[in-house]
Design a protein around this ligand. Structure first.
Ligand SMILES: NC(=O)C1=CN([C@@H]2O[C@H](COP(=O)(O)OP(=O)(O)OC[C@H]3O[C@@H](n4cnc5c(N)ncnc54)[C@H](OP(=O)(O)O)[C@@H]3O)[C@@H](O)[C@H]2O)C=CC1
Ligand SMILES: CC(=O)N[C@@H](CCC(=O)OP(=O)(O)O)C(=O)O
Length: 320
């Protein structure tokens, strides 16, 4: 029997992707989708492909356990997850909870779900923290060289403005972004701390937001503790990700336009300095998919014993 999944914060950019993914999954069905703004509206009005009679609801935190969902995905802005978790605890309910926000990424009581790097540590935990979008791209770019790094890694990031959510700000204002590149949080960004913590190696992250809607690029500058040939470095990436359905290692530097609406990560470029002790690696992903919703689905699949890619490759997105 299908497991039921509720989405809290289903109006947002990530919520929209989650609705489509869960509704199209062979082993999951939607238990509820919450939005205060869309309360009472049919989901099918917004997603004709989903169909059915399900409507958005706007439950209080305390009402969330009443749906009896097997899993709950929290797609709320940062800082809102704890009240939801407390409501389940208070009701004695123990659904699998996947939190998309940054709220539990530094909490050892939660499993940090970046499957390609952490799935070996999954041991049935029912509280799962989904990594940040840039943080996913950075970690997948750096991990294969972790043992040969010399000093901090510098990561220059450029995100589409869907990364900034739907609450109006300069970072998601198409007028202000037109013909523009907007630097922000140039030291101490949340994802700098997140990656430094989970890789156990310092990164220095320089984020920017650009006028495109979805997809991000991270260009990482890695100093190495000895000289390498390019082929040996590329081989490390190919070996590390050979069996990964959602990581593609490319010879050339990937373009963000090729990853929009796709589930996987591209890693490539691999440009060495003349002395072989510095390499630049480029990674791209769709911030709303592998950076958020697709990764959440990988984590749900893991938690319920489904194939990790169930409902992911079976539903390829059309190229824009
Ligand atoms: N956008 C991205 O690329 C990524 C986002 N994330 C994380 O995923 C989460 C969702 O992001 P995103 O979809 O972009 O965000 P949005 O701003 O697009 O959506 C936020 C959602 O939360 C609801 N919401 C907003 N404020 C409140 C509140 N005070 N109480 C209850 N519900 C609220 C909104 O619905 P309504 O107001 O109708 O109730 C909406 O459904 C965030 O934590 C974000 O950091 C993670 C990785 C990538
Ligand atoms: C362009 C933009 O603003 N991007 C967001 C990252 C989106 C994301 O991954 O969010 P969380 O870590 O909050 O889950 C930011 O820099 O805060």
């Amino acid at each position: 029997m299908a497991k039921t999944v509720g989405i809290v914060g289903a109006r947002g950019h990530v919520g929209a992707e989650l609705i489509r993914l869960i509704a199209g999954h062979p082993g999951f069905e939607l238990a509820f989708v919450s939005s205060r703004e869309r309360e009472g509206q049919r989901v099918a009005e917004h997603f004709p492909e989903v169909g059915g009679e399900l409507r958005y609801t706007a439950p209080s935190h305390e009402q969330l356990p009443q749906y009896g969902a097997d899993a709950v995905v929290l797609a709320l802005p940062n800082g809102k997850a704890a009240d939801c978790v407390a409501a389940f605890d208070a009701a004695g309910a123990d659904p699998v909870v996947v939190d998309l926000s940054a709220d539990y990424r530094f909490d050892d009581g939660w499993y940090y779900g970046l499957p390609e790097l952490t799935r070996a540590r999954y041991a049935g935990q029912r509280r799962i923290s989904n990594p940040g979008c840039y943080a996913t791209a950075m970690q997948l770019a750096v991990a294969p060289l972790l043992d040969v790094l010399d000093g901090p890694v510098q990561c220059f990031g450029v995100s589409g403005y869907s990364g900034a959510g739907t609450t109006p700000s300069d970072k998601n204002d198409p007028d202000k972004l037109r013909d523009n590149l907007m630097p922000y949080a140039l030291t101490g960004h949340m994802h700098e701390r997140e990656v430094t913590r989970h890789l156990g190696h310092p990164v220095e992250f320089l984020p920017h937001v650009a006028p495109h809607f979805r997809g991000l690029t991270v260009t990482s500058n890695l100093h190495l503790n000895r000289a390498f040939e390019r082929e040996a470095l590329v081989q490390r990436y190919r070996d590390r990700y050979r069996d990964e359905g959602l990581v593609q290692v490319l010879d050339e530097a990937p373009w963000v336009s090729a990853i929009a609406d796709r589930h996987h990560v591209d890693v490539g470029g691999f440009t060495l300095s003349d002395d072989g002790r510095r390499v630049v690696v480029v990674s791209t992903l769709d911030n709303l998919l592998k950076g958020a919703a697709t990764q959440a689905l990988q984590n749900l699949n893991l938690a319920f014993g489904y194939d990790e890619l169930a409902g992911i490759q079976a539903h390829p997105r059309p190229r824009p």
